[in-house]
Structure formats: structure tokens, C-alpha cells
Design a protein around this ligand. Structure first.
Ligand SMILES: CC(C)(COP(=O)(O)OP(=O)(O)OC[C@H]1O[C@@H](n2cnc3c(N)ncnc32)[C@H](O)[C@@H]1OP(=O)(O)O)[C@@H](O)C(=O)NCCC(=O)NCCS
Length: 322
């Protein structure tokens, strides 16, 4: 068994993002719920979120984001040998989303599978894509995080429905072959805390999402800073080397608390949650895309990704900004 000749590492070649056109503000929610813009902004940081149309599917959004990433990469669809869709809100469990997305993007007959690691799904997908390339199982991989949480929330439950949004983000991952080129995707630090599995749940197909928000908040702010610093160390960096920190967008207060604890004052901290809400596995590629599009982060600069959520599962790695 031989890896692809000359592969010294992997990197994100290009990104793509898609959000539905419908913007739902806190004020709109407050018209039908016992909530307020003030409560949502101060406790979570969200001002508005995007909500998919009734007929818009997870696959539709994944195709839109994946198509943009593919176009930006300059590759042709046939160059993609593996498609991974991280999602926990597919309309169907069979067929999987990834095979439909691969077909609709015209990618020939790549390997295709869905991955459910909750809100950490994109980081898991990126890690497994990178490992597949290094092992020689695929040369270019399309990794997509796509979610339609709006179909899985109780729109009368203020504890949950104000938190979530819909969307998709994608990355084309490929090999680094030059002898001097450093790898653009660092080792993943991942894990799970199954003893807290009940804290975020959609237990069966008739259920809607529930979570023990304050316990998850405590877990995230207590346990994850060490995971983040470990991912920096695994990449041979210190937090003060980072140009950006792109954590899962679950709560702006969680994001700020972790950023403070890891100590990277110079890093730009992604705050996509303000206008996107919590889009689960889509949140990190959406936030990363927005940062790159803003021109505020230098290409090649190291950015720390940190996914966490249902499972409870987590995964972190340092990537080079494409
Ligand atoms: C969900 C979360 C925003 C709730 O914030 P919180 O400060 O913990 O709030 P609590 O759940 O303790 O609720 C406090 C009060 O606010 C109320 N409340 C909840 N949602 C509300 C809303 N949208 N508007 C107004 N009041 C609300 C509750 O009913 C409760 O009222 P009570 O004290 O009268 O019972 C927060 O816990 C969180 O972000 N947790 C982490 C979520 C996460 O990271 N998940 C992983 C990824 S999916």
C-alpha cells in the first residue's frame, strides 16, 4: 500500500458557502414567542438567522455550497474522488445525502458518505478527508457541512427555536506535493463525552431537538480550551501564532470565553453566529468562508477550527487559510 507519490500533506484548496435567502430576525420571532431581541442578543449573540424554504433540502444547500467551492478550486467535478457530507438533519437516512450531491455536481462516481458528529461534523470530515488523501484513497475530496435545523426545532419552544439556522459550507481538500510546502491541515484532536449524550437530543424521527443548554455551556467553556491548545501544539504552533479562531457558532459567549482562555489576542475570532445562528455542521465552513471573503485574514495564515456539540463530540485542527 503506497500513498500518492510525493504527497507531503494536505490543504484546503477552496471554500464555498450557501445560505437560504429568507432572513428571520429576533424581532420577527418575538412577534409569536415569549422572547425578545434583547434576551437573544445578550445571552446568545444572534441578531438574525437564515431559514430554508419548505421545499429546500439539505442536499440542495450542500450542492449550492459544494458547487461554489468546486468552481473556486479551478478543478473539474471529475477530479473529486470522495464526497463527505457532515449533517445531522438529513430528510432521509436512506439514501444518504453525499451520493445525491456527488451525482448532482457531476463528479463521476466518487466515494460518498454522510457523517454525523453533530456540530463537530465538519472538523471530523476535514480530518478524515485529509487522512484519505495521505493514505492514497483519494486525491481530491469535497467536504461539506449542510444542515436544515429549522425542520427539527419546535417553533413554539423559545429555549431552542431562537438558536438555530440553516445553510451549508464546503471545502475542496487536496494534496500538498512540493518538498518545501508545509501541510495546510494539522493533526486533528478529537474525542467524545458519551456520558453527556442525553444533553442534546433528537431521539427518534417524531422528535424535535432538545438540549440542556446550561450544562452544555458549562462543558464547552470548561473542557474545550484544552482541546484547542492541544490542536495548536499538534500543529507545532502556539495560540499566539494564530491569525484566526473559527469555533462552532453555538453561542457568542461560549466563543468569547474559549478565545479568552486559549490566549490568542491577535487572532480574529469568527462571529458568524450574529447573522447565521447555530447551523451545526455548517457553521465552521460558513464562518471560515465569510472570514476569507472579508479579506481580514491572510492566505496561508494558520486558523484554528474547533467543532463541538451533540454526542457530545468535539474535534479541532489548525488549517492554513486558503
Ligand atoms: C441555550 C442557552 C443560550 C440558554 O441560555 P442560558 O443563559 O443558559 O438560559 P437558561 O436555559 O438557563 O434559561 C434561563 C431563563 O431564560 C428563559 N429563556 C430561554 N430561552 C429564552 C428565550 N428565547 N427568550 C427569553 N427567555 C428565554 C428560560 O425559560 C429560563 O427562564 P426561567 O429562569 O424563568 O426558567 C445557553 O445555555 C447555551 O448557549 N448553551 C450551549 C448550547 C450549545 O453550545 N450547544 C451545543 C451545540 S448545538
Amino acid at each position: 500500500m503506497k500513498p500518492i507519490t510525493g504527497t507531503t500533506g494536505t490543504r484546503i484548496l477552496a471554500l464555498g458557502a450557501y445560505q437560504p435567502s429568507r432572513v428571520v430576525t429576533n424581532h420577527e420571532l418575538a412577534q409569536s414567542l415569549d422572547t425578545s431581541d434583547e434576551w437573544i442578543r445578550s445571552r446568545v449573540g444572534i441578531v438574525s438567522r437564515r431559514i430554508a424554504g419548505p421545499d429546500e433540502t439539505v442536499a440542495d444547500m450542500a450542492v449550492a455550497a459544494g458547487g461554489k467551492a468546486l468552481a473556486a478550486s479551478g478543478l473539474s467535478p471529475e477530479d473529486i474522488e470522495l464526497v463527505i457530507v457532515a449533517t445531522c438533519t438529513p430528510e432521509s437516512t436512506i439514501p444518504n445525502v453525499a451520493a445525491q450531491v456527488a451525482y448532482r455536481l457531476g463528479t463521476g462516481v466518487p466515494g460518498a458518505y454522510d457523517l454525523n458528529a453533530g456540530c463537530a461534523g465538519f472538523c471530523y470530515g476535514l480530518a478524515t478527508a485529509s487522512d484519505a488523501i495521505r493514505a492514497g484513497s483519494a486525491r481530491q475530496v469535497l467536504v461539506i457541512g449542510a444542515e436544515k435545523l429549522s425542520a427539527w426545532v419546535d417553533w413554539t419552544d423559545r429555549n431552542t427555536c431562537v438558536l438555530f439556522g440553516d445553510g451549508a459550507g464546503a471545502a475542496v481538500v487536496g494534496p500538498v506535493t512540493g518538498p518545501d510546502d508545509r501541510s495546510g491541515i494539522g493533526p486533528v484532536v478529537w474525542g467524545s463525552a458519551g456520558e453527556h449524550a442525553e444533553r442534546i437530543r433528537i431521539p427518534d424521527r417524531r422528535s424535535l431537538i432538545t438540549q440542556d443548554g446550561s450544562r452544555v455551556y458549562w462543558w464547552a467553556t470548561t473542557e474545550l480550551p484544552a482541546v484547542a491548545t492541544q490542536a495548536c501544539r499538534a500543529a507545532g504552533l502556539a495560540p499566539h501564532d494564530l491569525v484566526a479562531f473559527v469555533p462552532h457558532q453555538a453561542n457568542l459567549r461560549i466563543i468569547e470565553a474559549i478565545a479568552r482562555k486559549i490566549g490568542a489576542p491577535q487572532a480574529i475570532v469568527a462571529d458568524d453566529i450574529i447573522e447565521a445562528g447555530n447551523t451545526s455542521a455548517a457553521s465552521i465552513p460558513l464562518a471560515l468562508s465569510r472570514l476569507v471573503d472579508s479579506g481580514r485574514v491572510p492566505p496561508g495564515g494558520p486558523a484554528l477550527l474547533l467543532g463541538f456539540g451533540a454526542g457530545l463530540s468535539f474535534a479541532a485542527q489548525v488549517v492554513a487559510i486558503p
